[in-house]
Design a binder for this molecule. Sequence first.
Ligand SMILES: NC(=O)c1ccc[n+]([C@@H]2O[C@H](COP(=O)([O-])OP(=O)(O)OC[C@H]3O[C@@H](n4cnc5c(N)ncnc54)[C@H](O)[C@@H]3O)[C@@H](O)[C@H]2O)c1
Length: 427
Amino acid sequence: MKKNVLSRREFLKECGLLAGATAVATSFPWMTALSEENQKATDGEKLRVAVVGPGSRGRYHLNFLVRNPKVEVKWLCDIYQPSLDKALEIAPEAKTCKDYRVVLDDPEVDAIYVVTPLDTHKQITVDAFEAGKHVFCEKSLSHTCPDALEMYNAHLRTGKVFFVGQQRLYDPYYLEAIRMIEEGVFGPIEGIKTFWYRNADWRRAVPSPELERLINWRLYRAHSCGLMTELACHQVQLGTWIYKDIPETIMGSGAITFWKDGREVEDNVNVIYTYKDGRRVSFESIISNKFYGLEEQIMGHLGTVEPEKGKYYFEQTPPMPGFLRMINDLEKDIYGDLSFAGPSWDPEIARQNHGEFILGKKRPPRNDGSGYLNDAFVEASLTGKQPPMVAEEGYYATIMSLLGQQAIDEKRIITFPEEFKIDYNYK
Ligand SMILES: NC(=O)c1ccc[n+]([C@@H]2O[C@H](COP(=O)([O-])OP(=O)(O)OC[C@H]3O[C@@H](n4cnc5c(N)ncnc54)[C@H](O)[C@@H]3O)[C@@H](O)[C@H]2O)c1
């Protein structure tokens, strides 16, 4: 217990968020779920949880849940016995079942984790809200935009707590990056370029052919939208978070260019989201080359921040402005004629600027926010208070990913549909 309390305190402190509740409440209102006040109010209480779909991500959450003294894992529910067996190794006291409705009928369950394949999220989540449970649903929320809206509306109608697995909202590096952006350290943000490159086929070994779609659900359109719903939703969320708006239009292009192995989802996509003032968020993913890895490059007039690397860079004047250097070179007769393509006038900013660490020397070990997201869900569910923005950011991240997929599929520019706008002031 003490360890848990301390780690939250350290987290808030590292992010400079212990200075005053006001700072937390204004910049990151969803963090209030982790406030000391909330924590004290829930001391000694237990949230009774069921994990529906304890596969790879579900077991990752389970590891946090079993270490949280405010949680009792009541049920593990999965249609695939090997997933249940592995999950039981983490939570051996839990009961097991194969039908999630058994869990929903249990009045001793307060909250449900929905960690199943994308196409199953909507029904389980809506049924869980109707059964009076709080819900943590993994990203992306749903396979279609109307489904995401139905889920969000079920949360509003029932008043139950709704968290989405967008862990960047609780990642110390992102929080500090956003704080710096909001303080104007990088000047007005003029562009957000995001990319996620891998060199892997995304396939999992299948013990017998009839299990192909259950195990490799990510590769089939009936269950997933591939790179857009699995990866883009984490990164495009920065658009609403930073620009405090949703895009007006979405255009995109995608194809299966390398892994031509029977999959139905693209392995190579590029999508551009354009906001009303013309600024953009772009997302690119290629999974046959991983050289550039994963990053969000947030570019302001005065500097750039890369939260994944945990670094920022101020725009610097090159050692000598390109034009002056050119005159200098000509005066010294280094070049016989005027070559504007000469390499000596490259500003070379990116190569020379090694930047600074976002959290300075005191930076905590890389933590992607998932643990704090879990802790926050538990605290919020115990108090029954929905923190601002968590559900809304998750909702829009899903809608943006799905509209990106639609733009790819229909090969046209999509205008953000009115019917999927929700009442959210982004602040
Ligand atoms: N936030 C993140 O960083 C992150 C990372 C990985 C995965 N995810 C998300 O987590 C979800 C699950 O991904 P995964 O990689 O763990 O998938 P997975 O295939 O490893 O696990 C899914 C589990 O759900 C079970 N299942 C399928 N249908 C079911 C049903 N109707 N009822 C009960 N169980 C059912 C499967 O048998 C499996 O055990 C996806 O939405 C994915 O996008 C999020």
